[in-house]
Design a protein around this ligand. Structure first.
Ligand SMILES: [Zn+2]
Length: 339
């Protein structure tokens, strides 16, 4: 979207990236399909650790990060705990390094938390807090890892036969031995839409949000709906507006509170009069470009201003809502430049 402003890497860079990307993808595919290959990869893999779904976060001198512990170090520490309490084969595959070292996530929730934190020199931190602290690429890996671990914890039984299902080694599916049903980890599609009209955009606040936070409209896709239909319905339902035009902007996996696939769209409307559905949202307002730029500069969870009011703020950088809002701001700036 902002490619005009960014200097693109050379073609050879893409060829290298592409060939290594294909190599990694095929490697992961093999591990997902072949339990023996995955078992072997476990022996040389690295592990993101969780405790009751909270990831291990470590602090270095300059930042927080989530360490990927190598197999040897992991076994050395875990050997103190006795083998009956944990099984490396409970791990789930979450990716691989550039050099095809498999990366797994493992939940050590059956072991004592404070001892583990000492041994691994870190803290098991709530995922939302961890993601804010570490930001960047690690956040996406942890989100994916937690979502997959949670899915396995909450989908242990076959909904057809009621029997326990078995995880394949990588954790890419569960199979019921009694009737052959195969279950794949699922995400729920959610549409998130930034509505705009001329030089203003619409941001809303829900009762469940932190105080002062305004964001784009969001809602679950209903069964049988297309993304476009869901966007039109949500906008009509929540603020009583008819979408005139819409376009896809991007997507993001969102782990809170369950796994969602956020599909982000920009939508424009012609009529601007809001009829707010109070059962869904507490407040929705039109914001000017200046107001949005100001809100983007406010840090998360701000304190009151000297006059006692709370500044309005928007979701942080790692959220796709933030990217949608930034995209609109850049487009408005470009329009102003052009006019
Ligand atoms: Zn079954």
């Amino acid at each position: 979207m902002f490619s005009a402003a960014v200097r693109l890497p050379s073609r050879s860079f893409y060829i290298r990236l592409c060939s290594s990307y294909v190599k990694q993808t095929r490697f992961l595919f093999e591990l997902k399909e072949n339990d023996d290959a995955c078992r072997q990869a476990l022996q040389s893999g690295s592990f993101y650790l969780f405790h009751k779904l909270s990831p291990l976060v470590r602090k270095s001198s300059s930042c927080y990060y989530s360490p990927a512990i190598n197999h040897t170090d992991l076994l050395k520490i875990l050997s103190n705990y006795g083998e009956d309490k944990l099984n490396l084969e409970d791990s789930v595959l979450v990716g691989c390094s550039n050099s095809c070292i498999a990366e797994f996530a493992l939940d050590l929730g059956t072991l004592e938390q404070s001892n583990l934190e000492k041994e691994f020199s870190g803290k098991f931190t709530d995922l939302p807090k961890a993601v804010v602290k570490i930001d960047g690429k690690d956040g996406a890996v942890l989100s994916r890892a937690q979502a997959l671990l949670r899915w396995h914890q909450t989908n242990q039984y076959c909904s057809n036969s009621g029997q326990l299902t078995q995880k394949n080694l990588s954790g890419s599916k569960r199979v019921c031995r009694s009737n052959g049903m195969i279950y794949y980890p699922q995400m729920t599609p959610v549409v998130i839409t930034l509505v705009s009209s001329r030089n203003r955009c619409l941001l809303a606040h829900q009762e469940s949000f932190p105080a002062g936070m305004y964001t784009a409209l969001a809602g679950f896709c209903e069964i049988g709906e297309t993304v476009e239909e869901a966007v039109r319905r949500e906008v009509a339902e929540e603020v009583g507006l008819v979408v005139d035009a819409l376009r896809y902007s991007g997507s993001q996996h969102w782990p809170f509170p369950n796994s969602s696939l956020m599909v982000a769209c920009q939508a424009t409307v012609k009529a601007e009069e809001l009829v707010i559905n109070r059962a869904e949202i507490e407040d929705a307002r039109w914001f000017s470009l200046e107001e949005v730029i100001e809100a983007l500069q406010v840090k998360m969870m701000p304190s009151n201003l000297p006059d006692g009011t709370l500044p309005i703020w928007v979701p942080p950088k790692f959220a796709i809502a933030h990217q949608l809002i930034q995209e609109w701001v850049q487009e408005q700036k470009a329009l102003l430049k052009g006019s």
